[in-house]
Ligand binder design. Structure first.
Ligand code: NDP
Length: 279
């Protein structure tokens, strides 16, 4: 399938996880892609995977950059447009969480962690989208943000600051969607549940711990009803759907949940009422 032929996509956070799968998928489906991250070794792994899939070198631009900086963001936009001539699709995927070395959570977690996570998960999305705006308007393009079910209605004391960034991102998606649709640009987002990626290690969990946690959660119907954590490609497919105007043209400003049913479960519905009432 060559559904993105002639399109140029910039995918942030494509040196690992969901962004890597998305960059590879876009390239396989005909797009010219800019891939990026701070870790040059992992970024090169993404580039090599794309090339091994038979995609010409001229279709891939790898830019090491720290998205938390304005210079890094300027470099991404300027070099993408310089090499490929235009920009059709912006995927704001890069993101992380910061855990406290002393294990403090909720309001006890230092506000410096709040500042750091806001800067990468939210502020960088706002400023990168501002910098991309004129190019996207020219191309009548698409923006897909990567949010999380953590930003939903339920509380999340264990990762409160992270969850707050995603709630705010959902509002950004809705509001910019209305702002930009006047110019022919669509904005949507995907809200994944548990996805097996590098995020565990990125936030300081020991190697293998995130996978162990995912295995536990997929064994409990009240945690992941479909019985399986997602792989990055499961989310990349949703991102591609939202970036594909032929398939999703009438979807504007929505956050599409892809979580195996996790966010549909309410705690009180996980207990067996019959056994309580008859005991
Ligand atoms: P990974 O840790 O595997 O990938 C995160 C990517 O973001 C990496 O490529 C990393 O690149 C990049 N990144 C982080 N900080 C910066 C920075 N300052 N500058 C540039 N790039 C940066 O995690 P995921 O793939 O899981 O995360 C992708 C998105 O998915 C995030 O927004 C996350 O919140 C969201 N998400 C993930 C879920 C999950 O269960 N995994 C669930 C719900 C949402 P590098 O390290 O090279 O800088």
């Amino acid at each position: 399938m060559n559904r993105f032929a002639g399109k140029v996509a910039l995918v942030t956070g494509s040196s690992n996880g969901i962004g890597r799968a998305t960059g590879i998928l876009f390239a396989q489906e005909g797009a010219k892609v800019t891939i990026t991250g701070r870790n040059t070794k992992r970024l090169e792994e993404t580039r090599q995977t794309i090339l091994k899939a038979g995609i010409p070198e001229s279709h891939v631009l790898a830019i090491p950059a720290d998205l938390a900086t304005e210079e890094g963001q300027d470099k991404l936009i300027n070099e993408t447009v310089k090499k490929f001539g235009h920009l059709n699709i912006l995927v704001n995927n890069a993101g992380t969480a910061f855990s406290d070395a002393e294990g403090r959570i909720g309001l006890d977690q230092p506000v410096s962690d709040f500042d750091k996570v806001m800067r990468i998960n939210l502020r960088s999305v706002v400023t990168l989208t501002q910098k991309a705006k004129d190019h996207l308007i020219k191309a009548k393009g698409e923006v897909v943000n990567v949010s999380s079910i953590a930003g939903g209605q339920q509380a999340m004391t264990g990762a409160m600051y992270y969850a707050m960034t995603k709630s705010a991102l959902d509002q950004f998606t809705r509001s910019t969607a209305i702002d930009l649709i006047d110019h022919g640009v669509r904005v949507n987002s995907v809200s994944p549940g548990v996805v097996v990626t590098g995020i565990g290690e990125a936030i300081g969990m020991p190697e293998g711990s995130f996978e162990k946690m995912a295995e536990f959660l997929e064994s409990r119907k009240e945690c992941i009803p479909c019985g399986k954590a997602a792989q990055p490609i499961d989310i990349a497919n949703v991102i591609a759907f939202l970036a594909d105007r032929k398939l999703s043209s009438y979807i504007i400003g929505q956050s599409m949940v892809a979580d195996g049913g996790s966010s549909l479960i309410m705690g009180m519905n996980t207990v067996d009422m019959n056994s309580i009432l008859t005991s």
